[in-house]
Design a protein around this ligand. Structure first.
Ligand SMILES: C[S@@+](CC[C@H](N)C(=O)[O-])C[C@H]1O[C@@H](n2cnc3c(N)ncnc32)[C@H](O)[C@@H]1O
Length: 275
């Protein structure tokens, strides 16, 4: 049980008094209490740590019964796109995807960058029982800092439903990534399909049917999603930022799949290499 105490003593590294911090910290802290109970019961009753894969399944099911069933396409898509030496998870929450990647045999270092203390606590616990492959660090989209990751690394950077939390993401986040690292592949699964006019989707792959001309259903879906995202103060500008970077020849956008996973739209891009 020492590890649990050790992690908890790290809690005073940041006191951020804003709504997101309070909401998500509360959210992940409930999961942390649940996780600790499982760990303690297992240590006491079986005198061993529970298998990380099993623990992961248990807390995924506890956290979101339905979404866990939809995991495979996202994980497969992530795994198929990984390039480079280092993986960066932006706004990693409690480490759901980082842990899932390791559970699926990925052996690279994963930097799980997260705002909340409790999110990082859970991630650190998983990392501890999974050979410390996940490096958990504080990260704030509003004041981005990637100095914990070696300069000029070749990186795969992804976000899943975290840029959604940032109403207007600053282009600085991307410029810092592009400046600091050598090769960069980006991957976002975010509810921003409504920001993209179907007309722009001509580079979609064959698996998706968004290349059709705009039809009424697509437009209706976009309108409903736009209203929802504006109501809950979700991101409104990720697509325009990526377009700006593309127009300035800083990135190439490789793939866009609108509503890939329900509300989540998938975008894959690469740092532009002038050949
Ligand atoms: C819906 S959760 C998604 C977590 C994780 N990516 C996943 O898919 O399970 C949104 C995450 O964004 C994080 N977040 C919110 N504001 C942030 C900020 N300013 N900087 C970094 N992360 C932030 C929250 O703490 C939370 O972990």
């Amino acid at each position: 049980m020492e590890i649990i105490d050790l992690i908890e003593n790290n809690n005073n590294d940041d006191v951020i008094n804003n709504k997101i911090y309070i909401n998500y910290n509360n959210y992940w802290s409930k999961l942390w209490i649940y996780l600790k109970n499982i760990i303690q019961n297992n240590i006491i009753h079986n005198n061993r740590y529970v298998d990380p894969k099993l623990l992961f399944e248990i807390i995924c099911k506890k956290e979101c019964k339905d979404r866990v069933l939809n995991y495979d396409p996202i994980i497969k898509m992530l795994i198929n796109n990984i390039e480079g030496d280092v993986i960066i998870d932006l706004g990693s929450g409690w480490g759901r995807y980082a842990v899932n990647l390791i559970n699926n045999g990925i052996e690279k270092d994963i930097y799980a960058l997260e705002y909340t203390t409790y999110g990082r606590n859970i991630t650190q616990y998983f990392s501890y029982i999974m050979n410390n492959q996940i490096k958990s660090f504080f990260f704030n989209y509003y004041n981005p800092d990637f100095s914990m990751i070696e300069k000029n690394s070749d990186v795969f950077v992804y976000s899943t439903y975290s840029i959604e939390q940032i109403k207007n993401i600053s282009i600085k986040v991307f410029l810092q990534i592009l400046e600091r690292f050598n090769k960069v592949k980006g991957f976002h699964l975010e509810p921003i399909g409504w920001q993209i006019n179907n007309y722009h989707c001509s580079f979609n792959d064959n698996n998706d049917d968004n290349n059709d001309d705009n039809n009424d259903d697509d437009i209706k879906k976009d309108i409903i999603e736009k209203k929802r995202c504006i109501r809950v103060k979700y991101n409104t500008n990720l697509w325009s930022i990526l377009q700006k970077l593309k127009n300035e020849k800083k990135i190439d956008i490789l793939k866009v799949i609108k509503y890939f996973n329900g509300k989540g739209t998938l975008i894959i891009w690469k740092k532009y290499i002038n050949t």
